[in-house]
Write a protein that binds this ligand. Structure first.
Ligand SMILES: C[S@@+](CC[C@H](N)C(=O)[O-])C[C@H]1O[C@@H](n2cnc3c(N)ncnc32)[C@H](O)[C@@H]1O
Length: 410
């Protein structure tokens, strides 16, 4: 769809410019992004919201606005300088860096200029109008920015820098510069043993969340339209188990559901597994209790004995794995469940509201994640019986796109 634009950008990147011409292009670019582009998001947001505000939170408008404005400016300028010095180029599309830049702010995330620009937009919106307008402008800027980066910029960089870029992309988070912070604190928080270092990810084709661990808990209520804690509490209350029962939560992430299960089933032993080291580290640090523990493991290769669990749950995990891994994970779950044991899956499925459909479609396209489309087409309903489960039924719906499926092991 954007092939010809990408081709043009690749051709432009090969044109050599003098440093003086590069500087002119850089100044023009900065003038646009500092003085014009932010208003293209802030003014429509202000117009849409009028004088609506965030109530008492607006008291934070000035300090928060100023902080974000300064943070955004300094982060962007640091990134621009790094491109200029190390990449011998500029953020301008007409004179991009000739070398792939991976150090300085580019070690923290792949898009530090966009991160800085978004902080700047938020800060400016808050200082000039309200936190509400600033948030809406931030949302619009984020959507436009992510769409451009995913659809154009990343593909162009992959053509220009090949394997070098793909490797950098695998190692470095997309937008939020948390990896710098995470690396420093990680060693003290990994898994059962706080001194043990977990690998970022176990080898799998599944989409493992490594860099998102630090912000996952803050973002999850947004992506579930405020339903995250209601969903997990509701799920945990669906089954009452006898004392001594064992529960497994597959793809537990930071342990939001695992924690609810452990507090609802106080007499049960609850184990959460995830392929991501940082997720398990965070879950262990924040949510490990007497009857709740976490372990790094793969859904498609569960390190547990046959027939050793009474209940296996999984929330929002299956849209992270492809068809074959969905089936293998379900077969593994069937293996570790006792006969008659219960499977409870809450995941993306056939959307049942227009907003749910839109959110699923955007996630599928934006993250280029065919695993989501498989769920949207109802694939889990085909695979659950094929993996050895009976009595499949839908017992709940959340957020327009999540359905809860219940079945028992034959
Ligand atoms: C969207 S998160 C869901 C986390 C949690 N269940 C919740 O509801 O908040 C999906 C999780 O699946 C994990 N994951 C992806 N592939 C996996 C695999 N093959 N085995 C185990 N976990 C995997 C990711 O690392 C991520 O933490």
């Amino acid at each position: 769809m954007f092939e010809s634009l990408i081709e043009k950008l690749v051709v432009k990147s090969r044109v050599a410019h003098s440093r003086r011409k590069q500087l002119r292009l850089l100044l023009l670019d900065e003038a646009f992004f500092l003085l014009i582009a932010p208003w293209l998001m802030i003014l429509p947001a202000r117009w849409l919201l009028g004088t609506a505000d965030l109530g008492g939170l607006e008291g934070l408008r000035i300090p928060l606005g100023l902080g974000c404005l300064l943070l955004g400016l300094s982060f962007s300028l640091w990134a621009v300088r790094t491109q200029w010095v190390l990449g011998e180029g500029t953020p301008s599309l007409n004179a991009p860096p000739t070398r792939l830049v991976t150090s300085g702010p580019y070690r923290c995330c792949r898009n530090p200029i966009q991160f800085g620009a978004l902080c700047y937009v938020f800060g400016l919106g808050a200082l000039c109008f309200s936190l509400a307008s600033a948030l809406l402008a931030l949302l619009a800027g984020t959507l436009v920015g992510i769409a451009y980066i995913r659809l154009v910029e990343e593909r162009e960089l992959a053509i220009r820098f090949g394997e070098e870029y793909l490797d950098y992309r695998r190692r470095t988070p997309f937008l939020l510069p948390f990896s710098c912070l995470r690396r420093r604190s990680f060693g003290s928080a990994a898994g059962d043993d706080p001194t043990q270092e977990l690998p970022d990810s176990l080898p799998t084709r599944g989409r493992v969340l490594v860099h998102a661990a630090a912000i996952y808990d803050a973002v999850q209520p947004l992506v579930t339209l405020g339903q995250e804690s209601r969903l997990n509490r509701w799920l945990a209350g669906q089954v009452d188990l006898p004392a001594g029962a064992r529960v497994l939560d597959v793809g537990c992430g930071t342990g939001l559901l695992t924690e609810q299960l452990a507090s609802h089933q106080q007499q049960a032993e609850v184990i959460g597994i995830d392929a991501s080291g940082p997720m398990i580290a965070r879950a262990s640090r924040c949510r490990q209790t007497g009857n709740c523990r976490f372990q790094q493991a793969l859904g498609e290769d569960l390190p547990f004995a046959d027939a050793s669990f009474d209940l296996v749950t999984s929330a929002l995990f299956f849209h992270h794995v492809d068809r074959e891994l969905k089936l293998r994970s379900l077969q593994e779950i069937a293996r570790v469940l006792k006969p008659g044991g219960i499977l409870l899956v809450a995941d993306m499925d056939r959307p049942y509201t227009r907003l749910g459909w839109l959110m699923s479609w955007v996630a599928w396209k934006l993250f280029r994640q065919p695993e989501i489309k498989e769920n949207m087409d109802g694939l889990l309903r085909e695979l659950i019986p094929a993996a050895g489960f009976s009595g499949l039924r839908e017992i709940g719906r959340f957020s327009g796109y999540i359905r809860v499926l219940h079945a028992w092991r034959c």
